[in-house]
Design a protein around this ligand. Structure first.
Ligand code: SF4
Length: 226
């Protein structure tokens, strides 16, 4: 029986992407295969994380009054690092499922794609997050979501260092899959740290290449909710 370490389970208002403003039940997983330099999510296992089986998590979810909850949000960390667990757990879930992912684990997604409705696919920009180029992996992942007709958007976290080449590669992936890009400025300790003058400039650099791009900051941070 698969188990997973879960950092926290809570209800809150979704502050990113297509589902902004809906109340969701968030399940935050502990594992992540990235180390983004801007990451300010407290996802790592420590004394507050708990180990669940698929059954014990399903029981915990049943204890919530879900009539006003729009959907379940699988977040992290990287939820797809627990795909074996999710394959068991999601069978018992009746609410729509939304996954927030770094959009690189295509094989893991394949295992559970039929049980997912919404996808927030984060294209990682190397000059911003500080790691390797994953555009090929992102392309395969997003193509699979497209073929499976998921309700998806592409999230791109940016700062003033994003290059024209990175914008070009991101736009190619979005165009190929006919998917909206939502740009999100880097935040630190709840504050946007990208100078304001770069917002219209970077949005315009994307829009010169692709019409379907919006810039939306993390609304939950503005609202001061989780
Ligand atoms: S992928 Fe997400 S959770 Fe993982 S280090 Fe990057 S920002 Fe943090």
């Amino acid at each position: 029986m698969a188990t997973a370490q879960i950092k926290e389970i809570f209800t809150s208002i979704q502050g990113e992407g297509h589902l902004i403003g809906y109340t969701q039940l968030f399940i935050r997983f502990c594992k992540c295969d990235f180390e983004c330099k801007y990451c300010d999510t407290d996802y790592k296992a420590d004394g507050t994380a708990e180990i669940y089986t698929a059954n014990s998590l399903a029981e915990r979810i049943k204890s919530y009054d879900t009539k006003n909850i729009h959907s379940i949000c699988l977040t992290g960390g990287e939820p797809l690092a627990e795909s074996a667990f999710l394959k068991e757990f999601l069978r018992s879930i009746t609410l729509p499922v939304h996954i927030e992912t770094n959009a690189t684990r295509t094989k893991d997604l394949q295992e559970i794609i039929n049980m997912i409705k919404y996808v927030s696919a984060n294209i990682k920009i190397p000059s911003v997050y500080g790691g390797k180029d994953c555009f090929k992996e992102h392309y395969e992942f997003i193509q699979l979501c497209k073929k499976a007709r998921k309700d998806m958007y592409i999230k791109i976290i940016f700062d003033e260092h994003i290059t024209d080449e990175e914008i070009k590669k991101s736009v190619e992936i979005a165009k190929e899959s006919d998917t909206e890009i939502i740009l999100q400025p880097v935040t630190k300790n709840g504050k946007i740290i990208v100078p304001a003058r770069y917002m219209p400039e970077i949005l315009e650099r994307f829009r010169q290449k692709y019409w379907n791009v919006r810039l939306i900051p993390q609304v939950h941070k503005i609202l001061a909710v989780r």
